[in-house]
Every structure is written in structure tokens, then in C-alpha cells.
Design a protein around this ligand. Structure first.
Ligand code: VGL
Ligand code: ZN
Length: 202
């Protein structure tokens, strides 16, 4: 039995993060059947969508001379630069066609302000601007969160850590996630999740 205080959070299962996409995560599409099945088991499902304007500051193409996967200093701290991805309204920003969209109660978009990235589903990368997801979940009485999706070491990890800091009981199903693993980011994310009190399950 599942309790009504539980929600499944599905992070960024979009074409650009799947094989063939602009920022493809290896095996990104392999997790979709399990996520679809989980939607039938948990009482509430939230999907997130990385959703950037073309002039987004996380795109290397908007910084002359910069390369994807490099770093820049933003007013809010260091920011990894990415290939152009998940440009709002594009096919790359659409959910992968195999992902079941209909069971979702909420679709939350993030990263739509040009000047600040948003890995976490709760806070933008400045760590203060809220997306509104915490208010939504609280108002529905949800206390326990199960995270799945892409990428484990960026948007899933940052979201899970913020959720734990906000007081939710958090588990991440690693088998229902895939990672980018840039410069040791996967090991670092696992360590940071554990330190924040996130439970990592297969
Ligand atoms: C993501 C890099 C840039 C993610 C989003 O969904 O993990 N990673 N934008
Ligand atoms: Zn992004």
C-alpha cells in the first residue's frame, strides 16, 4: 500500500537528454518503462521540464570563446556551460515520446530566466529564487518524495538535496536515473545526497 502523502518526481525526461539529443545522457531512455510503472504505484506524480530561452546564460554559445562543459563565474557562483538544449517550444524540450504524460498531476518548468540556471526543481541556481514546487507539495500534504529521471548528478541530485533540506523524506531510485558524470560529478552528487540525508535505492 502506498500512502497519499507520497509523490513521484520525474526530472527532465526530455528528448535533449536522451540518446540523439543535444545533451544526451547515456542510456537516458532506458529508465522510461520503470518510471511509467512507478506512476501507477504512487498516488501523485510531478514531471519537470528543463525550459530555456535561446539566450540562456548556461549555453556556451552565448559566451564568446567559451566551450560546452567549461565553467564561468555568474553573480550567484560558478556555472557549468552546456550545449544549447531544451530550448522552449523545441522538439528537444519535449518529453520523450515513450514517457507517459497523462498520469502527471503537475508539470513544472524551470530554467526559463535567461540570467540564472535551475538544476533543482525547488530553487534556481542562485539558491534563493523558488520555483513554487515546495508550496504546491505542502498544500497537498505531501511529505515523502521519490526521485527519478535525468540527470542523476545534476538536476535529480540538486532537487533531492533541496527536498531533504526542506524537510521531506527523500529517496532516489538510482536505477530509474542516468548520469552525465562530468569531472567526477556522479561520485560528488552521491556523497552530497547521502550527507543531506537522502536515501539512495536501486
Ligand atoms: C540538466 C544540465 C543542464 C539536467 C539540465 O536535467 O540534469 N543538466 N540542464
Ligand atoms: Zn538546462
Amino acid at each position: 500500500m502506498t500512502s497519499p502523502c507520497e509523490a513521484l518526481i520525474v526530472i527532465d525526461v526530455q528528448n535533449d537528454f536522451c540518446p540523439g539529443g543535444a545533451l544526451a545522457v547515456p542510456g537516458g531512455d532506458e529508465i522510461i518503462p520503470r518510471i511509467n510503472a512507478l506512476m501507477q504505484e504512487l498516488p501523485v506524480t510531478v514531471l519537470t521540464q528543463d525550459w530555456h530561452p535561446g539566450d540562456h546564460s548556461s549555453f556556451a554559445s552565448n559566451h564568446p570563446g567559451a566551450e560546452p562543459f567549461g565553467q564561468i563565474e555568474m553573480p550567484y557562483g560558478p556555472q557549468t556551460l552546456w550545449p544549447d538544449h531544451c530550448i522552449w517550444g523545441s522538439e528537444g524540450a519535449a518529453f520523450h515520446p515513450a514517457l507517459h504524460i497523462d498520469p502527471a498531476d503537475l508539470i513544472l518548468r524551470k530554467g526559463f530566466r535567461a540570467g540564472v540556471d535551475s538544476y533543482s526543481a525547488f530553487f534556481e541556481n542562485d539558491k534563493v529564487t523558488r520555483t513554487g514546487l515546495d508550496g504546491y507539495l505542502r498544500e497537498r500534504g505531501i511529505t515523502d518524495l521519490t526521485f527519478t529521471g535525468l540527470a542523476l548528478d545534476f538536476c535529480v541530485g540538486w532537487s533531492a538535496i533541496d527536498a531533504a533540506k526542506l524537510g521531506y523524506k527523500v529517496r532516489v531510485l538510482e536505477g530509474a536515473c542516468r548520469a552525465i558524470d562530468l569531472n567526477g560529478s556522479l561520485a560528488a552528487a552521491r556523497e552530497a545526497m547521502r550527507a543531506a540525508g537522502v536515501t539512495l535505492e536501486a
